[in-house]
Design a protein around this ligand. Structure first.
Ligand code: HPA
Length: 280
């Protein structure tokens, strides 16, 4: 099995297009905006927007709440790339669109990837519309985007995940939260494949496994990013209590509604954190 030549060409070609859009800027930070958190893209100054459709190999999005565009510009005066939307593994079994996205960031010189997502809380003290800094993850997707052929130009066949979520950068995010007086929990994010939400029994199981929040994203992005040497941080916006932990009925509309409530804090946190992240 070999890495499709087309994939390597897509990364190179998308890298050229993004580099042109950067117009000489060299962003060290890229952010992936989760469900309902896309509003941060509107805060990007001097924004240049490139729809994913113009980037070879990038995902074609189908989920409401995910716009599907790369936005380059300045956040709090710092050059960044913002990815508005990504493809989940409940939409496709093909890991290549996500790989193209993350590897293109690497190709254009990005060093830090800031992931965000909407997630269900597994702990009573982590409430709806609050934020949780991701300190570690559990991959319960039943797949790994790096399985199959490896291409050494992107990263090694085997690689460690003991420091996958960067503790030094996480401290910067905690400092930004403290300065902005934004309550910020910390915890372990567990990714399941979806698209169904969990049963109450599954929620009890993942609580026992040591997870603090559950969602359907970010773990593949983290794996692909760590493989190609990017440093990773992440924040979950809690949109609901896990199934069975409260009386509310779970739905995507509900997720987006509660993400919008947490989005104001999320945006403020990111604006404050980005300048600190690039001082590393
Ligand atoms: N489970 C899985 N994914 C989610 C949830 C949840 O409760 N909330 C938001 N994304």
């Amino acid at each position: 099995m070999t890495v499709p030549q087309l994939h390597i060409e897509n990364v190179n070609r998308s890298g050229e297009i993004v580099t042109a859009a950067l117009a000489g800027r060299r962003p060290r930070v890229a952010l992936v905006l989760g469900s309902g958190l896309g509003g941060l893209a509107d805060r990007v100054a001097e924004a240049v927007t490139v729809p994913y459709a113009e980037l070879p190999g990038f995902p074609v999005l189908t989920v409401p709440g995910h716009a599907g565009a790369l936005v380059a510009g300045l956040l709090s005066g710092v050059p960044v790339i913002v990815l508005q939307g990504r493809k989940h593994f409940y939409e496709t079994d093909d890991p290549y669109p996500l790989k193209t996205m993350v590897r293109t960031l690497r190709a254009v010189g990005v060093e830090l990837l800031f992931l965000s997502n909407a997630a269900g809380s597994l702990r009573a003290h982590i409430g709806v519309s609050q934020l949780m800094l991701i300190t570690d993850h559990i991959n319960a997707l039943g797949l790994n985007p790096l399985s199959g052929a490896n291409d050494e130009i992107f990263g090694p066949r085997f690689f460690g995940m003991s420091d996958a979520w960067d503790a030094v950068l996480a401290e910067k995010i905690r400092a930004a939260a403290a300065a902005e007086r934004i309550p910020l929990h910390s915890g372990v994010y567990l990714a399941l494949r979806g698209p169904s939400f969990e049963t109450p029994a599954e929620i009890r199981m993942v609580q026992a496994w040591g997870a603090d929040a559950v969602g359907m994203s970010s773990v593949p992005e983290c794996l692909i990013a760590r493989h190609c040497g990017l440093r990773v941080v992440g924040v979950s916006c809690i949109t609901n209590m896990g199934a069975g932990l409260s009386d509310e009925k779970l739905s995507h509309a509900h997720t987006l509604e509660n993400a919008a409530k947490g989005a104001a804090d999320f945006e403020r946190l990111v604006m404050a954190a980005v300048p600190l992240l690039v001082t590393v």
